[in-house]
Write a protein that binds this ligand. Structure first.
Ligand SMILES: Cc1cc2nc3c(=O)[nH]c(=O)nc-3n(C[C@H](O)[C@H](O)[C@H](O)COP(=O)(O)O)c2cc1C
Length: 144
């Protein structure tokens, strides 16, 4: 069977203030329900008030949700880092999530230490879109 091809986007944003665990959980539950309905999957990382997210699926669904995300008052400086069309990268996650505060180097042997020392900001990721994707992919197998 041919691999399913989907559109994907990676963006980063800044939370308007540090979010509590309960607020992140609420956001995630909301996102997962909607993504399941629309056939979207992906991964959301949160580090010190910064988000990095990959969303993938049909172009129309992606545009709809990214439009909502851009207008979401919980964050600002929503910046698109890369777009792509290819095999689905997170088929098992309506939205994987990792709060990097809880992440420990010895949680894994995948060598993400150097990746995690990069700044989580728009100018860095803008110039290094591949790094943003590499960081997201590091957590593909670790979601809990
Ligand atoms: C960082 C972040 C990531 C989000 N990710 C998703 C997502 O993957 N899917 C989704 O449906 N909503 C996501 N949302 C929520 C949307 O921004 C929005 O609140 C939701 O789609 C409901 O939109 P509405 O209030 O305009 O109906 C995210 C919000 C934030 C702040």
């Amino acid at each position: 069977m041919e691999a399913e091809l989907v559109h994907s986007i990676v963006y980063r944003s800044t939370a308007i203030r540090p979010l509590l665990d309960g607020e992140l959980l609420w956001l995630l539950n909301q996102a997962r329900a909607e993504n399941r309905r629309l056939g979207l999957t992906g991964m959301l990382l949160y580090r010190d008030g910064q988000f990095l997210q990959l969303l993938e699926g049909g172009l129309r669904e992606l545009e709809l949700i990214y439009g909502r995300i851009e207008r979401d008052p919980r964050h600002v400086r929503v910046t698109l880092i890369r777009t792509d069309f290819g095999p689905r990268l997170f088929p098992n996650w309506t939205m994987g999530f990792k709060n990097l505060r809880d992440w420990r180097v010895n949680d894994s042997a995948i060598g993400v230490t150097d990746l995690m020392s990069v700044p989580f900001d728009a100018s860095y990721f803008g110039e290094n879109p591949g790094k943003a994707l590499a960081i997201l992919l590091c957590f593909r197998g670790l979601e809990t």
